[in-house]
Ligand binder design. Sequence first.
Ligand code: OXD
Ligand code: MN
Length: 612
Amino acid sequence: MTAATTAPALPDLHDTRPDVRTWVAQVADLAEPDRVVWCDGSAAERERLVAEMVAAGTLLPLDPERRPNSFLARSDPDDVARVESRTFICSEDEEDAGPTNNWREPRVMRAELAGVFAGAMRGRTMYVVPFSMGPVGGPLSHQGVQVTDSPYVVLSMTVMTRVSPRVLDVIDAGADWVPAAHSVGAPREDGEADVPWPCNPRKYIAHFPETREIWSFGSGYGGNALLGKKCFALRIASAIGRDEGWLAEHMLLVRVTSPEGRRYHVAAAFPSACGKTNFAMLQPTLPGWTVETLGDDIAWLRPGPDGRLHAINPEAGFFGVAPGTGVTTNPTAVRMLERDVVFTNVALTDDGDVWWEGLTPETPEHLVDWTGRDWTPGCGRPAAHPNSRFTVAAAQCPSIADGWEDPAGVPVDAVVFGGRRATNVPLVAQSYGWEHGVFMGATVASEQTAAAEGTVGELRRDPFAMLPFCGYNMADHWAHWLRVGDGLAPEGRPLVFQVNWFRKDADGRFLWPGFGENSRVLAWLVGQVEAARSGGPGAARPTPVGLVPAAGALDVDGLDLPDADLAALFEVDPEAWLAEAELTEDFFAQFGDRLPDALRHQLALLRERLTR
Ligand code: OXD
Ligand code: MN
């Protein structure tokens, strides 16, 4: 081994399972870092990393009065979002990755990765980060070990996951673990000066679902690099869940409490940057209701012995999209971000604070934009990158739910599928049953946002909001949902809903105010849950696409919502839906015989209801 391994930070490292040590040594041999440091997630470690990154110019300290213990990072302008075109699922059989994933033969990908990782960490430190997704040692939790040459990634992983030597204890006791290798791909030869945000134009975000491994190269940003998040908690975990009978989903998780004090748990899937964090922290405008936050991005759902689905948020922090998070849209998040935050690619104010589009109604007169250039209103450029982010501990969230770290999770009463749709999809619709609910999830389409590379605004299919995150064939994912539903107690199955906060009128005006007013939709939804428990149909009327609130059942008291707008929010245009059914048929066709019959059947039923 050419790398000098420093004295391990962990006193009992020699007890660490040999397969962990061997893997770490193998990556070090290949990538040739100057040193290897084992991380423990402690406050002292954080301070050390921060001091190093401030000295290197990677982190800019913000004004300590205005934003205590908070920092701004500016990424390389070419490393600002997830790179789906370079995200690979390397299953042995191409069919197991399916038509919506980029497949590579594992052998070929391994050879390519060995090539790019060779010497990739020269001149850098390789950090070893043992992390747990879910509370350490919990029955629904899983362990990983990430090695990375990015201190920014270590700092972020420490916020977003549970980094602790106790994770190694769990592994030592025999638990499975996922190796996750990461390099920014920017070796420093012979003391060459560093840049604040090293990265490589050539990127790989590679997953091996059968051997449960992650290899990421070239990017230091978000889901490309914080491997516990999309790579592990969604792509690899979805494959583990398929094999073990549970679900890893791109869903926020909230607890809704009614004025009578009854608690309900709702898991909701939305495509990236569709306001999941705002929804997870919504402040109900309906008197007497509360919403508490359990998670804003990922939920793991597992059938329990009671025949219900139990969910945890496997993450420990929020990596939220900054633009659109503001004093009117999400006052809870604004309070959460008062201190101890790492911001990435937002704008800097003249008094050393941060700003982004939508934070405040007034725009500052002058800023330094996310690229470090002077910015004034009207200069034609956004001040913050549209995919700029905050990284903050979940514990800091004012609306975090009591017992949010309960390792056993919470029982799920309702599953919601959302998307950004200017037309067609009603404000809310309940499925006619589990199978129809799976069909709703499978047919989600949404206007593209800035969270990944691509054309913003273009309508794309995003089944279960999992298009870029399913670690196996999407049609098998639908079959898995059908199977999991079959295994639940009929009265224990969550009800399934579809929502759309983004419907517009012919002039392009949003019809629904959204944000805190979405509590009105939640109130109707939990009313439906209650009704189903007592065997009733609830306050709903049928439409071809699902059950929508009966006249007067959606509480719109005090809203400035003309009747015509309310009607438009629930309008189902058979012509437009029949055209959409055509597209669904085309979309389904690409899955060939992996498409579950139940979904083909649901499409036929939809067409029948539309033409009745
Ligand atoms: C995210 C995403 O960062 O979905 O959560 O892209
Ligand atoms: Mn997400």
